[in-house]
Structure formats: structure tokens, C-alpha cells
Design a protein around this ligand. Sequence first.
Ligand code: NAP
Length: 350
Amino acid sequence: MGQSTDRIPVAVLGSTGSVGQKFIQLLSNHPYFKVTEVAASERSAGKTYAEAVNWILPEPIPEDVAKLHVKECVPNKNCKVAFSGLDASVAGDVEEDFAKAGYIVVSNSKNHRQDTYVPLMIPEVNPDHIQLMEFQNYGEGKIVTNPNCSVIGMVIALKPIFDAFGLEAINVVTMQAISGAGFPGVASLTILDNVVPYIGGEEDKMELEPLKLLGSFTPQGIKFPDIPISAQCNRVGVLDGHTETVQIKLSKKASKQDIIDCWRAFKSEPQKLQLPSAPIQPIHYFDNPAYPQPRLHRNIENSMAVSVGRLRECKLFDYKFVVLSHNTVRGAAGGAILCAELLKAKNMLD
Ligand code: NAP
């Protein structure tokens, strides 16, 4: 990537966690942003990043970040943007403190996702929801949030269908990767040779967040569409990549080919603006009936594309299909960076 000489300084809050490490990796050599501050809990504060972090990615820690000193999550940082990969137990207050102090916070945590004037954003799905930020009362500072990691893959696949044919009902069953539980995550004795049919709070998010994402902007907040969603969420022994089987009922009739065509043609604002992290083709549809699979397809287009397959008629709904997306990249750090790239393109980081 070509780099401008005056990259925007950014902090990563929760920089030592599973999502925080992905931020550090993806922001290394980013053309718009440069990590100048890393923050985490008081357990990590005071150490260099290399000392504090239990680095779990195959690439080495970027040299310039390895020697930064980890600070506590207080809003006295030398930067404009704060990417947050904070544990939800602290994210709510910390992110609000940063916004009140004038920072633009791009969060992965659940805490502010349903605030009336906080966009819950997937840049390909609802870039117009950025307008909500004008109504926030943090002054110069703002908060924008990335949705839940399972929601992101499903809603990217649903968006072109929703626009073309409407949606009447959705049923989804997820098979979610271990890395979605953070680090050190699920104990090996719990997940090896096993499926855990419960992820606390996940089904509520799957049933609510798509409605805000597919909703329409009004100055009073987002108007949610009336679509019943039923979700069942499972943890499976896959390292990265959430796989979901989805059933949908449409408002208007569509053939199987109509749906595949609208998936393959789907492009949105990030593609038009050629944002650095945007996949060229957000949705890859596979004709092979054994695809998509997490080990084979989670890294397509730098892990920012969503893979879809097995579209077929459903005896209970109209259609059913499988969707796969990378939970810590498209579903977390990569998605949040794409949101910040969109803010920059809209001159909201000036
Ligand atoms: P994680 O691995 O447990 O990391 C949590 C981070 O929060 C660590 O950097 C930790 O710092 C910091 N932290 C914990 N307690 C703190 C405190 N009291 N004060 C300041 N910092 C504190 O979690 P994760 O999986 O990266 O998830 C981070 C957030 O992203 C969560 O809200 C999660 O729900 C969300 N999310 C995760 C995924 C995913 O696939 N993993 C996807 C989407 C969204 P120390 O190392 O110093 O303890």
C-alpha cells in the first residue's frame, strides 16, 4: 500500500487482546493510520507492548509497536482516533470518556451499539447511518460501532437480497470459531472433540443487530424493519471463521439465479471509494456444494470478503444457504478499520 507522509495517529485500546492484536497487525503499514499509542488494563500498563502481550499471530509484532509503552485506558493520548478492542466490562465507560475528550472512537464492543445516535455500521451495508454521528452530544468526539462478528457475515449476505426482494423472516444457526471468545478463550477440555451449544448473549445480538443495520435513517434514530429473526449460536472447534446456515423468507418472488446474480454483482460505497481495506468483491458465491469452509475460505480478499454457498429452496422458508466470514478480521478489527477509512473519506477525521 502506498503511504501518505502524514498518517493519522491512532490508539488501540485493548491492544493486548485477540482483537487488539489484529488491529496492530492490520494497521502496520496502513496508508491512512499509524499506531502511536497502545493501551490495555493496569496489568499491562507500564510494560513495553512486546513484554505485555501474549502475541498469538504468526507474523512478528511490528517493530515500531513492539517498543511502545502500554498505557492505561485514560483519554490523554496523542492521537485523533481510538480503535477499541476492549473487554465489554470496561468498554462502555472508557469509550464514552474518550469521546467526551474529543476522540473519534471506533468500537468492537457491544456497549454502545444500540445507542440512538451511535451508528452500528458495516460500510457496505449502511454507510448513510454515519449521519447519526452529527446528533451525538460528545462535542468534537464521536463513537461508531462495529456489529457482532456473526451478525456482520450474515448481514452482508442479506443486504443485496433485502434491497432487491425484501425479507419477511430469518432463521440462523451459527458455528462460531474459538477466537471469537477472546484470549485465552475457551478451555481446550471444553472445546476439543465437542460443540458447545451456548454463547452467552450472542443470540440476542443476532436477533437485534441486523434490524438496526438494515433500518433506515431518520433524525430521531434508525427505524428498524419488522423482520422476525430466530438465532441459535454454537461454539465449535475451529480457530478462526464463523460459519452460519441461514433460512430466509422473501417479500417478493425471486429465482435462485436472481439471488446468486445479486450477490455476485454486489458492490457498495467502500468499493466505489476504493477504500484500502475494502474487498473488491464483498460476496463470493461458490457453486461447489461442499463450500464455503472456514479453513479454505476465511482468508479470501485479506479476510474481508464473505463467502456464500449452497443456496437452495427451503421447505419451511423460501431459501436456505451457508455463509462464512472471518470473525477477528471482517467481524472485528478489519471491519472497524474499514469504518474509519469511510469516516476519513467523508472528511470526518479532519
Ligand atoms: P480479549 O482477548 O479478552 O481482550 C480484551 C482486552 O481488554 C485486553 O487488551 C485487555 O487488556 C483489555 N482489558 C480487560 N480488562 C480491562 C480493564 N479493566 N481496563 C482496561 N483494559 C482491559 O477480548 P477480544 O476477543 O479481543 O474482544 C475484545 C472486544 O471485542 C470484546 O468486547 C468482544 O466482545 C469484541 N469482539 C470480539 C471478537 C472476536 O472475534 N474475538 C469479534 C467481534 C467483537 P489486558 O491484556 O491488559 O488484560
